[in-house]
Design a binder for this molecule. Structure first.
Ligand code: ZN
Length: 252
């Protein structure tokens, strides 16, 4: 079992290096007792980075995935370093910060966009997928193309008048009574999820999510929207792209 250390508080998404112990070595992979590496899931790609051994050896982390209650860090490196990796060893994990921060920005921008689409049209996001510097949102119905301008303005407003983003862990019964669950209520949360980890963009959105997020909307930077493209089942697709020339550093 791996403790998902990046989940606890919003600040934990900003941890770039950490120490942990090896608890298992499946073929090509390393399981740690705790990790700040985000494993692929919820539409968000995994982190990358490296694991350093106490003796100076270093392995690249090329993929991270969940396997039951464990997180498997898929590693590549020299055979002599791999052979020195043993259960019980202490390692230092180091996260590729550029990639992590792009995912934090994309995921938070996606929450905000989904919230604004719901507020303006009642359409819910049934799926969101992030890759590279883009997020793709699949909505549960059509939206008028002219809506892209006011949606873009909504995102700019959140950049110019920044909102805090925070993480809370809410008892399930409380979450089910929360009217904010309406926006994200398309796919029922599995009954086992209790407490619910909710990501809140102050005054704008509350959404259950296990992803990594920025702590302020000022970190989103400029984004460009494209679409909507109709989907065969009556839904529609909107794309959000981070402006590559506009890369704000972490706030605070
Ligand atoms: Zn999310």
């Amino acid at each position: 079992m791996t403790e998902l250390a990046y989940l606890a508080e919003i600040k934990d998404a900003y941890v770039r290096t950490f120490r942990a112990h090896v608890v298992a070595l499946p073929p090509g992979g390393v399981v740690l007792d705790r990790t700040y590496f985000y494993p692929t899931g919820g539409g968000q790609p995994s982190d990358r980075g490296s694991l350093s051994l106490g003796d100076g050896g270093r392995l690249d982390v090329v993929d991270v995935s969940k396997s039951g209650s464990s997180v498997v860090h898929r590693v590549k490196g020299p055979a002599q370093v791999l052979s020195r990796l043993v259960v019980g060893a202490e390692v230092e994990g180091s996260i590729d910060w550029h990639r992590r921060h792009v995912h934090m920005r994309l995921h938070s921008a996606q929450h905000l966009l989904s919230a604004r689409i719901f507020a303006r049209t009642g359409r819910r996001t049934r799926k969101a997928t992030m890759a590279g510097n883009r997020a793709v949102l699949d909505l549960d119905g059509a939206i008028p193309p002219e809506l892209l301008v006011p949606l873009s303005d909504d995102l700019t407003a959140a950049l110019e008048s920044p909102r805090d983003v925070s993480v809370h862990h809410v008892p399930r019964a409380e979450w089910d009574r929360n009217p904010s669950s309406e926006r994200s209520g398309l796919v029922p949360l599995p009954a086992l999820v209790d407490p619910v980890r909710v990501v809140e963009i102050s005054g704008l959105d509350v959404c259950p999510c296990g992803g990594t997020h920025v702590r302020s909307t000022v970190e989103l930077g400029r984004v460009t929207l494209a679409g909507p493209v109709p989907l065969p089942d009556g839904g529609s697709r909107i794309e959000l792209r981070l402006d590559a020339s506009d890369e704000p550093g972490p706030s605070g």
